[in-house]
Design a protein. Structure first.
Length: 325
C-alpha cells in the first residue's frame, strides 16, 4: 500500500457472522496489547481440549511425547485414528494464538481432528514456546524440531511418510515457515501446507491491515502487537528471518502444494493474497479461497454458519485430493 492508495470502508460482514461477531467483541478486550497477553493465555487454557475430547469416544488413540529440541524439549500430542489400520498420513499442526498464546490443545485442534477422522489421518500437534519471552526464531525452531523428530520416527509412530503441515493464524505463519525450512535445510519431504487465516508479514503495510485496523478480534493493531512481541525492534526492518515471517522469503519456488484461505473482512486478507500469488509466480501449486464477509478465524467462532461450513468442506476436499494425487 502506498500513501496515495485510497482505503475504503471495510467490506460488509456475512449476515450470519455479523451478530455473533458483535457478541464476541462485547466479551473480549481488543486490540491485543502487552497487558492483555496474560488474559489471552488464560482464555486459551480455559478452552483447551481434554484427553477425552481428543479421543472422541475411541476414534483416536492419544499419546503425549516430549522430544528433543534445539534448546529445550518440545511436546507433541500424537493422535492416531483407530477405525483403519496404520500407517496413516500425518497432519502436523501448529496452533494459533498470535504468537503469544495458545497451546497444542487449543480449539482449532478440534477442527483438525474433524478432517483427520473423516480422512483417517494421524495428527501431531506441537507445543512451542511463546513470545515475547521466547522471541523469533524460537517458535518456528521448536516446531521444526518436532517435525524433524516425527519424520525420523515415522515408522514407530504409525505414520506412512506423507506429511502435511497445517495451522491457523500464527499457526499458519509457522506452517509456512516449516515448509521454507524443510526446503532450505533438506529436511522432511512435505506433501502439502495448509494455511488458514495466516499471519505472514510482519510489515503490516497492506491495504487490508489499514482498512481493518480497528475491526476487533485479530485486527491491524493486534497484528502489529503480535509481530512486535515475536520480533521486538526488528519488526518491519530488514533484520527478519523469513522462516519467522514467511512473506519475507525472496524465493517461494520448490515448496509443497499450498492451500490458503482467509476472510474478506480481516486484516490478514492481503498478506494471504500476495503470498499465494507469489507462489504461483514462482511456478508453484496453490489453491486460494477468500471467504466473502468472513472475519478472522470465523469458522472457529461461528461453526454453523453456511460460509464456515463451506470453508471446512473446502479444506477437507483439498486434503482428500492431495492424498490421492
Amino acid at each position: 500500500m502506498t500513501s496515495a492508495t485510497r482505503v475504503g470502508p471495510a467490506p460488509p460482514l456475512d449476515r450470519e457472522l455479523a451478530g455473533p461477531l458483535r457478541e464476541i467483541l462485547a466479551g473480549l478486550p481488543t486490540p491485543l496489547t502487552p497487558e492483555l497477553i496474560a488474559d489471552r493465555r488464560a482464555r486459551t487454557a480455559a478452552g483447551s481440549l481434554t484427553d477425552d475430547q481428543i479421543r472422541r469416544g475411541g476414534a483416536f488413540e492419544l499419546e503425549e511425547l516430549a522430544v528433543p529440541g534445539a534448546a529445550a524439549e518440545v511436546t507433541l500430542l500424537v493422535c492416531r485414528p483407530t477405525a483403519t489400520p496404520g500407517p496413516h498420513p500425518l497432519v502436523y499442526n501448529t496452533h494459533g494464538g498470535g504468537m503469544v498464546a495458545g497451546n497444542n490443545r487449543s480449539d482449532e485442534l478440534a477442527d483438525e481432528l474433524d478432517r483427520a477422522e473423516e480422512l483417517q489421518l494421524a495428527v501431531a500437534a506441537v507445543n512451542y514456546r511463546l513470545a515475547p519471552e521466547h522471541p523469533a526464531p524460537t517458535p518456528v525452531e521448536d516446531c521444526y524440531a518436532g517435525l524433524a523428530w516425527a519424520a525420523g520416527h515415522a515408522a514407530e509412530l504409525g505414520f506412512d511418510g506423507r506429511t502435511v503441515v497445517s495451522g491457523n493464524s500464527a499457526g499458519g505463519a509457522l506452517a509456512a515457515g516449516l515448509a521454507l525450512l524443510a526446503r532450505d535445510r533438506g529436511g522432511p519431504a512435505l506433501l502439502g501446507q495448509m494455511l488458514q487465516c495466516p499471519m505472514l508479514d510482519d510489515r503490516c503495510d497492506t491495504t487490508s491491515c489499514a482498512q481493518l485496523a480497528d475491526a476487533g478480534l485479530w485486527d491491524g493493531r493486534s497484528n502489529r502487537a503480535g509481530w512486535t512481541a515475536l520480533l521486538g525492534a526488528r519488526r518491519g526492518t530488514e533484520n527478519v528471518d523469513p522462516a519467522s515471517a514467511p512473506a519475507r522469503a525472496a524465493d517461494l519456488s520448490g515448496l509443497p502444494p499450498l492451500f490458503v484461505d482467509v476472510g474478506s473482512t480481516e486484516a490478514l486478507r492481503d498478506d494471504a493474497l500476495g503470498y499465494t500469488a507469489r507462489v504461483w509466480d514462482a511456478g508453484g501449486q496453490a489453491e486460494l479461497h477468500v471467504w466473502s464477509g468472513a472475519f478472522h478465524s470465523f469458522d472457529l467462532w461461528v461453526p454453523a454458519a453456511a460460509v464456515s461450513q463451506a470453508a471446512k468442506a473446502a479444506r477437507t476436499s483439498w486434503l482428500r485430493r492431495l492424498l490421492v494425487g
